[in-house]
Ligand binder design. Structure first.
Ligand code: NAD
Length: 471
């Protein structure tokens, strides 16, 4: 059986298929890449039961062995990197180079997490008492991931959950389940049965999973609207939640920007992965003195970019990942046109096969237009003029989201001052999209609850336990 034509769930270490299936569509050709199992309620029960049964043994497994297992995830991704990358492009759409980068980065990530320590703190050592606080696993974690980074964002959950001694039921997006089904298949021989279960299915499965009584924690990445539903459901069983949600990140480009040095980064901050990144620049505020210069640099790059099938050599950007998202992005573009807004690049979405959207830049739209206020999650960038710092900080912060942001300036100290005034979890200066396993990643406001990555993120898969000894 080849890497590309048979996909089963992994439940209790075994391959499980289902009578019903979901079609996984290649967004470049709209052809069916493969059929993935549509998990039944009974199979979900089995997955949760398998994870529960595996928990006591896994949490008692010495940390060094758990480290080995987490590192093994990275090795398996690396051993099959070319096949994973091709499968990724087929289901997700991103050009092969970018797909291969995600596989390599996810492998690196697993390896780095495998080296992280779970702290033990002595909180008192007095004449009469000694108190020690450890961090113990929660039990069975449900991991729910979206379609924009289906491998990396899954590894953000798998690696820390398993390292800290939890067992996991992972649910990839119905639009991109194949890479995770394959990873779990390849890991069956390396992990004890039930430690890592992967189930796939349609829209019913997420709500079933989050409501399941056997789940102790939900680690969710997706839209703010869904995150609120997840939290509501989780409240019934007082399940722990970590929610990594939407964003509408502002980039602030100062008059002293070293444009020649940063123009490529600035461009990619908005358009990498065809704009389908939670921390993409979704509003770019440019000082009026350099507006035209910055616009020219971005427009030249947008016009030169080749949007096409990710399997074609020479495609720099792939399609929008799925039809509903394609329709949303088209709708946003249509709305901008109806409002009489001017497109400096793009703006016409071709008819035909595939969910392709030419990279679009909108010229100084009003602050209250939809293209500024909404998370496009596609290659549509509003370029906005500003005059003074207080004004632009207020505009950047006038937003229900608080995920990331960036400042672009030759004066990095002044930029750091502005950065500290942004109400977001991450701010880059002359940089973008830089996230590492050792850096806490947290959304402010409606961009999320809790943290992923870094020590803080690791500890979200645990609960403190303090043992006090009377001397
Ligand atoms: P989505 O919320 O539609 O789906 C995310 C996942 O949740 C999918 O696996 C989906 O099947 C599942 N799901 C849907 N309804 C559910 C329910 N009621 N209960 C439980 N699970 C349910 O999001 P999407 O369209 O896949 O992804 C795009 C969104 O994700 C954007 O808003 C983006 O900003 C956000 N995102 C955030 C981060 C972050 O780290 N903050 C990273 C990537 C994407």
């Amino acid at each position: 059986m080849s890497f590309f034509d048979s996909f089963t769930m992994t439940i209790g270490g075994k391959a499980v298929s289902s009578s019903e299936t979901i079609d996984v569509i290649n967004p470049a050709t709209e052809e069916i890449v493969a059929k993935a199992p549509d998990c039944s309620e009974k199979q979900l029960d089995d997955a949760v039961a398998a994870a529960r049964a595996a928990f006591p043994g896994w949490c008692a497994t010495p940390i060094e062995e758990r480290r080995r297992a987490v590192a093994r995830i990275g090795e398996v991704l690396t051993e099959h990197q070319a096949d994973f990358a091709r499968l990724f492009t087929l289901e997700q759409g991103r050009p092969l180079d970018g797909a291969a980068q995600e596989i390599a980065f996810a492998a690196y990530w697993a390896n780095e997490v495998s080296k992280q320590d779970i702290p033990v703190t002595v909180t008192e050592d007095s004449a009469s008492k000694r108190s020690e606080t450890r961090h113990v696993p929660l039990g069975v974690v449900a991991g729910i991931v979206p379609w924009n980074f289906p491998v990396n964002l899954a590894v953000w959950k798998i690696a820390p959950a398993l390292l800290t001694g939890n067992t996991l039921v992972l649910k990839p997006s119905p639009f991109t389940p194949l890479t995770m089904l394959k990873l779990a298949e390849l890991l069956r021989e390396h992990l004890p049965p039930g430690v890592f279960n992967v189930i796939s299915g349609g829209d019913r499965l997420g709500p079933w999973l989050t409501a399941h009584e056997g789940i102790d924690k939900i680690s969710f990445t997706g839209s703010t609207a869904t995150g609120k539903r997840v939290m509501e459901t989780a409240s019934k069983g007082l399940k722990r939640v970590t929610l990594e949600l939407g964003g509408n990140d502002a980039a602030i480009v100062m008059p002293d920007v070293a444009l020649d040095e940063v123009a490529d980064k600035l461009f990619f901050s908005a358009f990498a992965n065809s704009g389908q990144i939670c921390i993409a620049t979704k509003r770019m505020y440019v000082h009026e003195d350099v507006y035209d210069k910055v616009a020219d640099a971005l427009v030249a790059r947008a016009r030169a970019a080749k949007v096409g099938d990710g399997l074609d050599q020479g495609s720099n950007f792939g399609p929008i990942q799925n039809r509903p998202q394609f329709e949303r992005v088209k709708n946003l573009i249509e709305d901008a046109k109806q409002q009489g807004l001017r497109f400096l690049a793009g703006g016409d979405v071709p008819e035909g096969t595939g969910f392709f959207v030419p990279l679009a830049i909108v010229d100084n739209p009003p602050e209250d237009s939809r293209v500024v206020q909404e998370e496009a999650f596609g290659p549509v960038l509003p370029l906005l003029k500003f005059r003074d710092i207080d004004e632009v900080v207020a505009r950047a912060n006038a937003c229900e989201y608080g995920l990331g942001g960036s400042i672009w300036s030759a004066d990095t100290e002044a930029a750091a001052d502005i950065a500290s005034r942004l109400e977001t979890g991450t701010v880059w200066i002359n940089d973008t999209l830089y996230i590492m396993p050792w850096t806490p990643f947290a959304g402010h406001k409606q961009s999320g609850i809790g943290v992923e990555n870094g020590k803080e993120g690791l500890l979200e898969f645990t609960v403190p336990q303090t043992i006090t000894i009377a001397k």
